[in-house]
Design a protein around this ligand. Sequence first.
Ligand code: DQA
Length: 150
Amino acid sequence: MKILVINGPNLNLLGEREPNIYGGDTLESINATLSKKAEKMGYELSFFQSNSEGALIDALHASRTDCAGVILNAGAYTHYSYAIRDAIAAIKLPVVEVHLSNVNSRDEFRKTSVIAPVCVGSIAGFGKYSYHLALDALCYRFSADQEAKK
Ligand code: DQA
């Protein structure tokens, strides 16, 4: 089973970008550790990062043909991109919203997520472990969906 992990704007700079907020790990090292965890759980991860809204939307669209779910850190687009929200709603795959930082304890504008209502759930505030928790949550969701079908 394939899961796509999508990271949005400025997340390519993890490691050097405001490490006091986002931690000192690079996106590459976060992805590598997450990949190992997924492998042990029997899932195959693929990764995509872009600073462009359209490219993120294209990646969401493409995921619908070969992925079972998506883990998405949309960065600042989280707070205002109705286009990304519509793409999530369109693909009908479970998408878990992720943030490294606790967006609810920061600037006012970060407390709004326009994508949250179309995601299966949201995880924020656990640094790089937010991605691990999102993977666990998605797998839980897969088994709950299987159970419901029985
Ligand atoms: C972020 C939180 C957003 O508010 C911010 O714009 C980011 C990163 C996070 O992972 O904590 O780019 O999504």
